[in-house]
Structures are given as structure tokens and as C-alpha cells.
Design a protein around this ligand. Structure first.
Ligand code: FAQ
Length: 386
């Protein structure tokens, strides 16, 4: 989006105390930092870490609910879930683009995800066992994400904040979809009620973990808050979530699996130890579904390789591209074999092109020896001979 993946090492210069102090006064005055502005190395590193983990969470987060699209009860629920899951993948795209502005390529990020080097949110390493899981995820995990993202959208890094603003609008629809689904089940038959209660019992602990370790164990919070990358501490976000959603859960007649959960006089919440050992095991790759989730992403990466290669702008010879808009806007050399809809569109091409499909060879300025087969082939072209 911003094309900073080619940042040279020279640009990432050592931190100069004067520049650091100017940078910090910009942050204190509420300025947004933009990709080409000077920033400390550590600020860049922390942003890449956090935005990248967030992007991975969205893309992996599509998987638990995604498994229910084919089994959703009724067309309306199926449509809504499909749109929701598609949005989550779109959020990943926005976030990968924001992280790319800081100099790490999408390919590196994806490789770090599928090699297990990068983390992503704990919650997506649990299975969605019943339809009610999609209700609880759509309501409470989206709600938790909104608490975090609304706060961070007011942060200091322009591209991340802008991506978060857009994401929050969409997450608000997801939350409504999840809430509607939960209310329907909670006010339905005894079996539906039991199903949603059982799902809530299983998801409650992962949702508490979602906001990160307690402040006393958080490694990055201090620095992130100082530089306005994170706008609330983990415990503050967790507390805000309890304030907003515990009463709503109780209003539906649902219970929470924690007898010690209560609001204190000072406005904070007390709760039982949610087993932080389990949290650390999950985020380090040993949760119930970590291996399965990564295996799916690895498979998608492998299966999609040819599409990415086909869609890349080529300036070389001997291209074979298949699919929609294969070889789009290329200044290519010779011998392109292209199959698909709008194959070889808007190209300035050399010779020996074979294009098959609808609108093959459309709006091109082409050399010679072109073979175009299909409907509306050779349309609006300035073609040479043969
Ligand atoms: N899961 O020092 P802190 C969504 C790691 S999007 C896994 O406290 P920090 C949408 C942390 O990375 C969900 N790991 O860390 C959706 C660090 O490890 P590292 C994602 C976690 O960064 C909905 C270590 O623990 N949202 O749900 C978690 O200050 C429905 C030490 O922790 C974001 O990513 C965790 N929960 O605070 C999609 C928002 N918590 O990197 C589909 C942006 C901590 O040193 C369906 N991120 N760790 O190896 C943030 O706001 C922060 O990164 C926190 C963690 C608050 C998550």
C-alpha cells in the first residue's frame, strides 16, 4: 500500500539523542508518525511485532468460525457468517499493508507465521466445537478486539491507526451478528440455551487471556504506552471489557464459570487465577489447535503460490499465468502464455503471446505473432501483425 518494503538499511539509522527527543515530543503532542518520518529503531521493531501479530491473528482467526459456514443453520446465518469471515481476512490484508510500511515484506511475515516464529492471538488456538461457539466468538471475541482496537486507533502510528479505524467499523457489525446469534440461542429451546452456556464456559478463560498477561508480567507495555503504540495496559483493557460485558452476559440469564468474579469498590474487577500457565503454553505453540491452524495456513500458502506468481507484475520473458486478470498491466517481453478471464489486459507486450479466454488480449499495445482465442479476443488492441 505504501511501498516501503524496499527500505534500505541506511534509512534505519542509529538513534540520535536529539532526534529521539524531537520524536518523543511529537508523540506527546499527539502527532501521527508516518512511514517516511524518522523513528527510533525500537519503535519500528515494536510496531512491526505488534501489527504483524495482529494481522496473523485476523487471518488465523478466520479459521474457527470458517469451519461453520457450510453448517450454519439457515441461509441468513450462513450469509452473515460468510461475510464476517471474509471481513476478518480483509483486516489481515489491511494490517499486513500497514506493517509493510515499516520495512518488513509480506512474504517474510507469512514465512514467520508458518514457521512458527511469529505469535498470533491465543484465542484462535481453541476449537469451535458447536454452532454456539460462533455466537460466542462473534460476540465476545469481537467485543474484546474492539476494546483493544478502539483504544489503539488513537495511537501514534498513522497507517496502523487508520487501518484500525476501518477495522473497528466492521467489527461493530460482527459484534451485532454475534450478539444476535447469542440472544437467539440464549432465549431459545433448553438445548439451545445449554449449548450457548457450554460454549461460554469453554471460551471464558481464553477471552480473559486475550488481553495479554497481567500488567506485572507484561514485557512490552511500558515502552508501548510511552510511545502511544498501546493506549491502555492489558489489565485496563480487561477491566473495561468486564465493565461492559459481564452485565450483558448476566442480562441474558447466562452465568460465568468463575465464582470469584466481582466488581470491587474502586471499579476494578477481581477474578480467579485464569491459569496463566495455559496461556503461555498456548502462545508458545502448544494449544489444542496450534499445529492444525499453522498446517492450514501452510497448505494455503503452497496452494496459492501459482496465483501470487501469476498476479505479480512481470517484466520478464516466458511468463505462464492462469486466472482472472492474469498478467495485468505488464510491460513484458516475449512468449507469454496466459489463460483466463481478462488475460493479458492493458499490456505493452512483445511477441509470441498466446492468450486464451474471455477478453483475451484486451486494450493492449502488442507486437506480433499473437494468438488470442476466446470471446471478445483481440478487443481494442493496437496489434501488430499475424
Ligand atoms: N495471544 O508484553 P505483553 C481479533 C504475547 S484480533 C498471543 O503484554 P504486548 C479479531 C506478546 O505478543 C486479535 N500472544 O505484549 C478477530 C508477547 O510476546 P512476544 C489480536 C500474546 O504486545 C475477532 C508476550 O505475550 N489483536 O481478535 C497475547 O504489550 C474474531 C508478552 O506480552 C491484537 O493483536 C495473546 N492474547 O500486549 C478475528 C491487537 N497477549 O511478542 C477473528 C494488537 C500477549 O514478546 C474473529 N496487539 N501475548 O514474543 C496488542 O494490543 C498487544 O500486542 C497485546 C499484548 C495486548 C495483545
Amino acid at each position: 500500500m505504501y511501498g516501503n518494503t524496499n527500505l534500505t538499511k541506511d534509512f534505519v539509522i542509529d538513534d540520535d539523542p536529539t532526534m529521539l527527543s524531537e520524536f518523543e515530543s511529537r508523540i506527546s503532542s499527539g502527532d501521527k508518525i508516518e512511514p517516511k518520518d524518522w523513528m527510533p529503531k525500537e519503535y519500528r521493531k515494536q510496531l512491526i511485532r505488534m501489527i504483524e501479530q495482529h494481522a496473523h491473528s485476523e487471518i488465523i482467526g478466520a479459521l474457527p468460525e470458517g469451519t461453520w459456514i457450510t453448517r450454519a443453520p439457515g441461509f441468513r446465518r450462513k450469509l452473515a457468517l460468510m461475510a464476517k469471515v471474509q471481513d476478518e481476512v480483509g483486516h489481515a490484508q489491511l494490517l499486513y499493508s500497514a506493517a509493510e510500511t515499516l520495512g518488513k515484506s509480506r512474504e517474510e511475515m507469512v514465512n514467520d507465521l508458518i514457521s512458527g516464529k511469529s505469535k498470533y492471538s491465543n484465542v484462535f488456538n481453541y476449537p469451535a466445537k458447536t454452532w454456539a461457539d460462533t455466537a460466542v466468538i462473534g460476540w465476545l471475541i469481537d467485543a474484546a478486539a474492539i476494546v483493544n482496537q478502539l483504544a489503539n486507533a488513537k495511537g501514534s502510528y498513522g497507517p496502523y491507526c487508520r487501518a484500525l479505524e476501518r477495522i473497528c467499523y466492521e467489527e461493530s457489525f460482527h459484534l451485532k451478528q454475534g450478539h444476535d446469534n447469542t440472544v437467539y440461542l440464549a432465549t431459545g429451546t433448553p438445548q439451545q440455551r445449554e449449548m450457548v452456556q457450554e460454549a461460554l464456559n469453554r471460551w471464558w478463560r481464553p477471552v480473559i487471556h486475550f488481553f495479554g498477561p497481567p500488567d506485572s508480567q507484561s514485557v512490552h507495555s511500558e515502552k508501548l504506552i510511552k510511545w502511544k503504540i498501546k493506549m491502555m495496559t492489558n489489565d485496563e483493557m480487561r477491566n473495561q471489557f468486564f465493565n461492559m460485558y459481564v452485565p450483558k452476559i448476566h442480562e441474558l440469564g447466562l452465568t460465568l464459570p468463575d465464582p470469584d468474579l466481582k466488581k470491587n469498590n474502586d471499579g476494578t474487577w477481581s477474578y480467579s487465577d485464569p491459569d496463566w500457565d495455559e496461556f503461555w503454553a498456548v502462545v508458545k505453540g502448544n494449544g489444542p489447535c496450534n499445529k492444525e491452524r499453522i498446517a492450514v495456513r501452510r497448505m494455503a500458502e503452497e496452494r496459492g503460490r501459482w496465483v501470487r506468481e501469476a498476479l505479480q507484475n512481470n517484466t520478464t520473458d516466458n511468463n505462464s499465468a492462469f486466472g482472472f486478470y492474469a498478467l495485468n498491466s505488464n510491460i513484458s517481453g516475449a512468449r507469454n502464455n496466459t489463460v483466463g478471464v481478462n488475460a493479458l489486459t492493458l499490456n505493452t507486450i512483445g511477441s509470441n503471446n498466446n492468450a486464451f479466454g474471455y477478453y483475451a488480449l484486451r486494450n493492449n499495445t502488442i507486437g506480433y505473432e499473437n494468438i488470442a482465442i476466446g470471446n471478445s479476443s483481440l478487443r481494442n488492441n493496437t496489434t501488430g501483425k499475424y
